[in-house]
Design a protein around this ligand. Structure first.
Ligand SMILES: [Zn+2]
Length: 412
């Protein structure tokens, strides 16, 4: 590590500037779908990343579809992505990714960063994942100060839709995965500072159930109750948890209905499913289709399934595990002890792995309270984690760590 000390020290000297800029980033709302906020945020990120060199450009995608509470399929825009790259023709290439969006809407109460003592900064998206973005850019800035940087190429992709499963940027992420050999993702570290190993896959479904409305008093028998059918469907879907080992199927909401004196003609079931093995996807899909098929057999009830699996389970290949080991080893040299743990949540690391790219996806800051108004970051982890990624890049570039052999590997 000694030979890299000057560069790692340079990162230490950036602490206050990183913190100052991060607070500005957190104060710009980038809730998923806040296109204007994401635009403004990316402009600021481009300014900050300016002297990284290389080329950059915005990535635009088509709107995506969702089912609204009235059972209509509506289109909505998610905003721009940002791409940066340098030495794209180098024989060895690293992809660095993180998302710009947060779970906090523009009209919500949680909008500003705030120092809360104890070395912690609280704020919307401070850990998930704007702190990670700061770690990533700082590590790259530091890495570019070394002559070793000349030996590898890198590209950065910042997408605005991760919090809803990256529906608009799935293809951009997959294409980038195929152009590179190592993937580094800056989702927050696990609560103890550790790294995610395996991750479950995830899918979201909206099931639109239609019946026939009728007045309860005058014409009850002529009605076809969509809420009742949705309730029966809910029970049937929940039973899939018992019949498909290792799978999780959760009905999170039933929307629909109206005045109690009317038979409701519409209900929408919102379902999230998780998988441990990619084979579970077909089993769950079949289970959903069969359950929906049963309620459709009833006279006057219609149902339609919208949605699908957005992330396959992430079960690292030997190269993926080797990369995790390499990060743990770099951490040890920096005095950081990290372990790998399996987690239930999916992220873009699942998608990159499914496209064949070995990746470590928890290189962002340490923190907690994610997806709540208590979200915070440990300020020290900005420098700590930027050093970690920078050391990893330096060692990969200098041949101190083996370059991952990634072709034709099966998950372990
Ligand atoms: Zn995230």
């Amino acid at each position: 590590m000694q030979k890299h000390q000057a560069i790692l020290d340079w990162i230490g000297g950036r602490r206050e500037e990183m913190l100052r800029e991060l607070i500005e980033w957190v104060n710009i709302n980038t809730g998923t779908g806040n296109v204007a906020g994401i635009d403004r945020f990316l402009e600021r990120v481009v300014d900050y990343a300016g002297d990284l060199g290389g080329v950059f450009g915005y990535v635009e995608t088509l709107p995506v579809k969702k089912v609204d509470g009235k059972g209509n399929i509506v289109e909505f825009s998610l905003g721009k992505g940002l791409w940066m790259g340098r030495r794209a023709q180098a024989p060895r290439r690293v992809l660095l990714c993180i998302h710009s969006d947060t779970v906090y809407p523009a009209d919500g109460p949680f909008q500003k960063a705030e120092m809360i003592g104890d070395g912690k900064l609280r704020g919307p998206g401070v850990a998930d994942a704007k702190g990670g973005l700061m770690v990533m850019l700082t590590a790259l800035h530091a890495f570019e100060r070394s002559p070793l940087a000349e030996t590898i190429g890198w590209e950065v992709l910042i997408n605005p839709d991760e919090e809803i499963g990256s529906p608009a940027y799935a293809k951009a992420l997959e294409d980038a995965a195929k152009r590179n050999h190592v993937g580094l993702l800056f989702e927050p570290a696990l609560s103890d500072g550790g790294l995610a190993g395996r991750r479950k896959g995830s899918g979201n479904f909206s099931i639109i159930v239609r019946g026939k409305s009728a007045h309860t008093g005058r014409d009850f028998a002529a009605g076809r109750n969509a809420v009742l059918a949705a309730a029966e469907l809910t029970v049937a879907l929940h039973q899939l948890n018992e019949t498909i080992p290792g799978a999780i199927v959760n009905v999170g909401a039933i929307e629909g209905g109206g005045p109690a004196n009317m038979v409701p003609d519409l209900a929408v079931c919102r379902v999230n499913a998780r998988t441990s093995e990619v084979e579970d996807e077909a089993k769950i899909l079949r289970g959903i289709e069969e359950a929906v098929g049963r309620i459709k057999k009833r006279a006057g009830i219609g149902a339609e399934i919208v949605g699908g699996f957005s992330s396959a389970p992430k079960n690292p290949t030997p190269a993926g595990w080797a990369l995790l080991d390499a990060v743990v080893q770099c951490g040890r040299e920096l005095g950081i002890e990290m372990s790998c743990r399996d987690v239930g949540g999916a992220c873009d690391g699942n998608r990159l792995a499914a496209a064949g790219l070995p990746n470590v996806d928890t290189l962002g800051v340490r923190g907690g309270g994610m997806h709540s108004s208590g979200e915070f970051m440990e300020i020290d982890s900005l420098v700590e984690r930027a050093r970690l990624t920078c050391l990893l890049l330096l060692k990969l570039a200098g041949g101190e760590l083996p370059w991952p052999e990634i072709r034709n590997q099966k998950p372990e």
